[in-house]
Design a binder for this molecule. Structure first.
Ligand code: DGL
Length: 259
């Protein structure tokens, strides 16, 4: 059991931001990553379409023998994780916008959340937001267009900068002091975001928390890989390999897979 891989999936290449955190914290673990770039973005799809795609990715990872699945996608987590947990026996780790630390620490009482439409409109997001951010002004912004630009290799482009400026300026005017990144593609934007945001605005993403949670669940289920052999790491995309390889700095084994 312990030698079986951790399965990780996302609507595309963004979840590699989570994969990197997991690999850094759990270097012995074998990992299989699926980038469903062919179907990106998930964020504008209906809840039932997001669920169907999440089931497809889960079953592929289970067929490859994964012992635990990380849903490295806020949109898939907020729309599908309860179903997945109820219908499959492996443990699932999800990711949601980290509203709680932002709401607990804000001094201006105003925080921004940048996420997909599918995440911001989900029941789970509203539940978390009501629970932790009552009395706090939460400015929700759909990051329309961001994921397609990253998926097409235009991370560092004028188009991206202009889009981000248009999303952040209203938040800056309202004096946010925390910006919550609610999509696993967005950590790749941090160098650009830092140039746009005032210095007092902290950026929060949940990647390292997901890695710590993955470790805790592996320990709790006695599933940690204790062998010292170097791990097998495989990343599959049904989209453009060079986009995946660029985000990974060409450091891992990647292949095209039609799924
Ligand atoms: N990485 C996905 C997320 O965390 C992007 C969603 C999309 O494809 O729109 O939400």
């Amino acid at each position: 059991m312990s030698k079986q891989a951790i399965g990780i999936f996302d609507s595309g290449v963004g979840g590699t931001s989570i994969f990197k955190e997991i690999h850094a914290l759990l270097p012995n673990e074998n990992c299989i990553y699926l980038a469903d770039s062919k179907n990106a973005p998930y964020g504008n799809k209906s809840a039932s379409e997001i669920l169907q795609l999440s089931i497809k990715n889960t079953e592929l990872l289970l067929n490859k023998g994964c012992k635990l699945i990380v849903v490295a996608c806020n949109t898939a987590t907020t729309n599908a994780i309860s179903y997945l947990r109820a219908n499959y026996t492996v443990p699932f780790i999800g990711i949601e916008p980290a509203i709680k630390p932002a709401a607990l620490n804000t001094k201006t009482n105003t925080v921004g959340v940048l996420a997909t439409k599918g995440t911001l409109s989900s029941h789970l997001f509203h539940k978390t937001s009501d629970l932790y951010a009552s009395g706090i002004k939460v400015i929700e912004q759909v990051g329309e267009g961001i994921v397609p630009l990253i998926e097409s290799g235009k991370l560092y482009s004028d188009e991206m900068r202009d889009l981000l400026v248009s999303y952040l300026e209203p938040m800056i005017r309202e004096h946010i002091d925390y910006l919550v990144l609610g999509c696993t593609h967005y950590p790749y934007l941090i160098p650009i975001l830092k140039k746009i945001l005032p210095e007092n605005v902290s950026i929060i993403d949940s990647g390292s928390a997901v890695a710590k949670q993955t470790k805790a669940v592996l320990i709790a289920h006695d599933m940690m890989n204790t062998t010292k052999a170097s791990p097998s790491i495989k990343l599959y995309t049904n989209g453009r390999l060079e986009v995946l390889n660029t985000l990974l700095n060409h450091q891992f084994e990647t292949s095209y897979l039609d799924f």
